[in-house]
Design a binder for this molecule. Structure first.
Ligand code: NAI
Length: 388
């Protein structure tokens, strides 16, 4: 076992992926070879194709609702975790008349669940007392919690519901053969799920059956999607797969969501070099909240159709210059990232990173928090009363 502090540079097996940890100046420079095969990730090949479904792909309401709800009638649902997703989904299901209990270790989340009137158990006890288990703790801790506290306590014919495809798709969790495996993955933050529910509105969710042991997995899937409030007006369930959900989720993070952060850095560097003020730049980029307005317009009007809200000069500039960033090279990079998600390369790297003490992760954070833009942002946000 190599202690995390011994790493300076990691060369990850045969594909030669490098993680440089340069700021650790007090460390002796050394290269440690770690083979990816030491941390095998098997891909769950039960679903080979994306969305190769014969049913309607989009569901906005359940016809013959009773038929689906019968599959969960009289069943107790254990929501494991009372954080972002756990709290909102548990409250929505309880308000919809479902018998919900919570499984949580002793901490602040547990106290909140108790205060909000739930019966809270240790995780293994909650699983023993239920027929449906919602896995709503962080993805990184799920494999260990599952193998130590959940797997052996699942009853024959029960169901486990994931909100993210990652652990099941990469086979980091092995569910006993006598349990249904479902995916109900909201495309909405936890707070939004509760807020929309209280306003009588639904939200988008990707759904899939991973394993149908009981022959009732489909009915349970749709009943539970309805029970958390997704199918209220405005909501939609998209038939998906663990594979598709994992691909789309990670591909967002690896491409535009990450790129926008670094693009803003480059913009800042160029504009300050040309004499622009840090405050004006930060407000222009994201500090004003205009970005959120644009995102809302994309949601309401469409990606390109929302351009009409901008001046003609702006429209022409975006259409003609923005295009230069979307070239064949970038497309190939996106494709490479997609393939590295599907073949498990990224998952292996991330597992290794966690096992080796998150050195690269911490260094990337540190490097970014040391950028001059961060200090300017802090000054501005303090002035505006956003931080104390
Ligand atoms: P979270 O970070 O809010 O989870 C906190 C909960 O996990 C607390 O109840 C805490 O007691 C429990 N917990 C933390 N560490 C634990 C451990 N070692 N052992 C046992 N319990 C532990 O989680 P979040 O963000 O709600 O994510 C839950 C699932 O939902 C994940 O699979 C995530 O990918 C998925 N998801 C999350 C979304 C979000 O908006 N955050 C959106 C869609 C899906």
């Amino acid at each position: 076992m190599i202690a995390p502090y011994e790493f300076k540079t990691l060369l990850l097996g045969s594909n030669n992926l490098r993680c440089n940890n340069s700021p650790a100046s007090d460390l002796k420079s050394e290269v440690v070879h770690i083979h990816l095969t030491d941390y095998p990730i098997r891909i769950n090949t039960s679903e080979l194709y994306l969305s190769s479904m014969s049913f309607e792909r989009l569901i906005t309401k359940l016809d013959d609702k009773e038929r689906y709800w019968r599959s969960i009638e009289g069943k107790t649902i254990a929501v494991i975790g009372y954080g972002n997703q756990g709290r909102s989904q548990a409250l929505n299901m309880r308000d919809n008349g479902v018998n919900v209990i919570i499984g949580n270790p002793p901490d602040e989340y547990r106290k909140t669940a108790e205060k909000e009137g739930f019966r809270v158990y240790e995780i293994d006890e909650a699983v023993k007392n239920s027929e449906i288990v919602f896995m709503l703790i962080p993805d990184e801790v799920q494999p260990e919690v599952f193998s130590h506290k959940i797997a052996d306590n699942l009853k024959q014919g029960s169901a486990i519901v994931f909100a993210s495809g990652y652990n099941y798709f990469y086979d980091l969790i092995t569910v006993p053969s006598y349990v249904d495996v479902l995916l109900v993955a909201p495309r909405m933050i936890g707070f939004g799920i509760r807020d929309l529910f209280l306003k009588g509105k639904g939200f988008p969710v990707l759904i899939a059956v991973g394993k149908d042991y009981t022959g009732q997995a489909e009915e349970k899937l749709l009943a539970l999607t309805d029970a958390i409030g997704a199918l209220k007006p405005g909501g939609v369930a998209v038939r998906s797969s663990f594979k598709e959900e994992t691909l789309l989720d990670l591909l967002t993070e690896h491409t535009w969501a990450g790129a926008i952060l670094y693009m803003f850095r480059l913009y800042y560097e160029v504009a300050t070099e040309l004499g622009a003020s840090p405050e004006a730049i930060i407000l222009e980029l994201y500090g004003s909240g205009e970005l959120a307005e644009i995102a809302e317009s994309m949601k309401q009007q469409g990606l390109f159709k929302q351009l009409k809200n901008h001046s003609h000069t702006s429209q022409y500039g975006q259409l003609s210059r923005g295009r230069l960033f979307a070239n064949e090279k970038v497309k190939q990079l996106i494709k490479k990232m997609a393939l590295e998600i599907l073949d498990g390369t990224f998952a292996k790297e991330w597992t290794l990173e966690q096992k080796s003490g998150l050195i690269h992760y911490k260094n990337l954070y540190k490097m970014n928090l040391e950028h001059p833009m961060e200090r300017e942002e802090e000054k501005l946000y303090r002035l505006l009363g956003r931080i104390k």
